[in-house]
Design a protein around this ligand. Sequence first.
Ligand code: SF4
Ligand code: SF4
Length: 450
Amino acid sequence: MSNMFRISQYNHFQPYTDGYHLAYNARSGAVALMTEENFASYRELVDRITSGTISDLTPEEEKLLQQLEYGRFIYPDDYDELEALKFQHHLSRFEQSQIGFTLAPTMACNMACGYCFEENKRGRMPAKVIEGFIDFVEKRAPGLLRVDINWYGGEPLLAMGIIEDITETLLDLGQQHNFLYTASMISNGYLLSRETVDRLAELKISMIQVTLDGPARLHNAKRPLKNGGDSFDRIVENISYASTKMAIGVRVNIDKSFNKNIIEEMLEELKRADLQDRVGVYFGQLEASATVCANISESCYNANEFSAIEVEYYRLLLDHGFRIERLPSPTSAYCIAQQINGFLLDPDGDLYRCFNHAGDKSKTMGNIRDSINYRHQNFMRLFRFDPFDDESCRNCSILPICLGGCPARRADRGMTGDEMCESWKHNLRPMLEIIARSKQLQAAMTAKEQ
Ligand code: SF4
Ligand code: SF4
């Protein structure tokens, strides 16, 4: 075994309160709070590692070295950190023991959001498509360890019967073939009655993401029901109960029409419903992702602008007592587009490689009833980019959490360089501080409750 070490390319340090430093490694996801003393010892160790003079360590230094190795801040010099990450990513790309499907049982929706490209879509998944999908899973079931389903639409709750039928069949198959079944949902939240939530919990849905586009007055204008009615109050009431049964993520789509006052107004409304430590609020960058959405592009932030705004808004969440759930977590693939066994299935049985392509027939890579054609250009277009072939990504200090970013941004919108980078690239350090404060507050609250 080697006694020599190398310093990880993925270390990040940020001064914290009272002389403490935050240490974070993007490969392991480890976050540590270091005292001034420990931080000084770390720097000294780094110097000694770099100059190859690491011997005669004191017991304290030995201990620190072990902790640093455990958190992957340093690693033995016979280990290649980048190659190991690349190997893990490629394994994940070609993983056959897992299947991930985003299923749209219907494209119909009960809302009429101004920016939604799915506005006039209809259609429920017919029996022959459901059979085709079950057949697809069943054929692969003997080798499967895991099946992940994300219900999507349109509004998936308009097709509750289909969700029930497919889930029950998959749960049976999982029992027969011993694979794990997990499920989540993206819903507008309006139909999440108590009865429905109870049923969804039985159907193993462990996480639901809903969207709120600001406080009631703005949300109701941007996300009206099809009949013109308001949706905010009902959604808030629904997620209040749902949060007792499953994790609830509240996505707020941010564009230039938002400001701090608007966010605070929304947070006050959520606090009135006592949701501050029961839901995870996070901010999504509204992007003009398709030509039909080009008319909103002027109101959208670019990646740099968004990452600065994001920090301000997360700070507001913290100040208002909300949990911070956006974490810089290492991953093995950015999304389904980087994995051969990840698909989006529309009600016609057509398969896609990206959420934003649902229902756009020019982007399909085939139908669930036919065999998968991995040579299809709509498969390759998003799959082919490999972050390990890109020099900026190879040298990037957050590669393990970004892995080259959203493939559709490159392939569909021709984005390159900095524009591609996850907002972590620009705001990781201030975000680490916010996350650490949130964790400390949570820990203090838990200690108080006990
Ligand atoms: S390609 Fe981009 S937009 Fe499409 S699913 Fe992946 S991350 Fe989302
Ligand atoms: S896209 Fe940017 S942030 Fe992501 S891995 Fe590449 S260089 Fe890093």
